[in-house]
Ligand binder design. Sequence first.
Ligand SMILES: Cc1cc2nc3c(=O)[nH]c(=O)nc-3n(C[C@H](O)[C@H](O)[C@H](O)COP(=O)(O)O)c2cc1C
Length: 216
Amino acid sequence: MTRRDRSPEFDAGFKKKFRELVEWRRDVRRFRVEPVDRALLHDLVALATRAPSVGFSQPWRFVSVESHARRTAIAENFAKANRMALDGYVGDRRARYARLKLEGLTRSPVHLAVFADDGVTAGAGLGRQTMPETIRYSVVAAVHTFWLAARCEGLGVGWVSILDPIAATSALDVPATWSLVAYLCVGWPQEEHDDPELERLGWQAREPSGSALLVR
Ligand SMILES: Cc1cc2nc3c(=O)[nH]c(=O)nc-3n(C[C@H](O)[C@H](O)[C@H](O)COP(=O)(O)O)c2cc1C
C-alpha cells in the first residue's frame, strides 16, 4: 500500500500551461510525412492507461494498424461512410460538407484503433450493472488522456468516426468481444491552429461556455 502525505503541487506556471494545452489541443488532420518513434507511441499509450475506468476494469485495447491492406480497408470504409453522410445533407450544408477534410488517413504515420473490451473480467462488473456503457466511457477517458499527452509532445491527433464500426472491426481482425471506440490518426502536424477547423470553415461555432453548467 502506498500512501502520500501530501498531494503534488501544481504551481501557477503549470496551471497556466495546462489550460493552454486544453485550449490548444485541436483535432489534427494534416500531417508531415515523418515517422513517429515507436517508443514514444508506447509511452503515450502507457500513459493513457492511467485514465480512470469503471470498477478499474481497464477495458481499453489499443491496436497500431500498420498493414497496408488493413489501412486500405479503413480508407475505403471511410470513403463509403463519408459518401453516405454527404447524401444526408442538402443544399448549402451539403456543399459545405463536401469541402470539409474529415480525416488524415493517407498521410498520418500512425493509425491507432482503440477498442473497448466488452468481455473484460477485470473489475468484476463493479459500477456497470446499471450502466454497461461505462466501459466505453472509460475508453474515451483513455483516448482523451492519450490525446493531451500526444499534444504535449507536439504530435497531432485526429479522431475519425466516419466509419462503419462493424466493418472496421472485422478488417482489423480483433477478438469478437472488442468494439471500436475510436480510430485515431497520429503524426507530426503540418500546421497549428487556435480554433477548431469546423469553426474556421463556418460549419459550427463554439457554444458559449457560460451555458455549460446548469444548476438544479
Ligand atoms: C468522438 C469524436 C469523433 C470525431 N470524429 C471526427 C471525424 O470523423 N472527422 C473529423 O474530421 N473530426 C472528428 N472529430 C473531431 C471534431 O470534429 C473536433 O473535435 C471538433 O470539431 C472540435 O475541434 P477541436 O478538436 O480542434 O477542438 C471527432 C471528435 C470526437 C470527440
